[in-house]
Write a protein of this length. Structure first.
Length: 109
């Protein structure tokens, strides 16, 4: 299964975003994605355990400062990293965030 990893301060503030993205993914049908959130500090451990399944990492706007470090952690696995758009995150626009995640995932090396 392909994993879409969302990371935020504590792994809880993105729960609404995760829910909306799952709903959008279900509406698409086709491939199954495991969309979930973790605290930003757990990214390295998550990559060690699941790097072969993670197709993209999207950071919450509140942890945008961690983008470079996350890119360095993800680079050996060819996993793209981006920060979620503040407006899309704030409105929990699951459709557009999923669209962005899938676009990034298609760039996985």
């Amino acid at each position: 299964m392909k994993r879409i990893l969302l990371a935020c301060s504590a792994g809880m503030s993105t729960s609404m975003v995760v829910s909306k993205m799952k709903k959008a993914a279900d509406a698409l049908g086709g491939e199954e994605y495991y969309i979930y959130a973790i605290p930003e500090g757990a990214i390295e451990e998550e990559l060690q355990a699941h790097h072969d399944e993670v197709v993209v990492i999207m950071l919450g706007p509140q942890v945008r400062f961690a983008k470079r470090a996350t890119e360095k952690r993800a680079a050996p696995y060819g996993i793209p990293v981006d920060v979620m758009d503040v407006k899309l995150y704030g409105t929990a626009d699951g459709e557009k965030l999923l669209e962005k995640a899938l676009q990034l995932a298609s760039q996985r090396q």
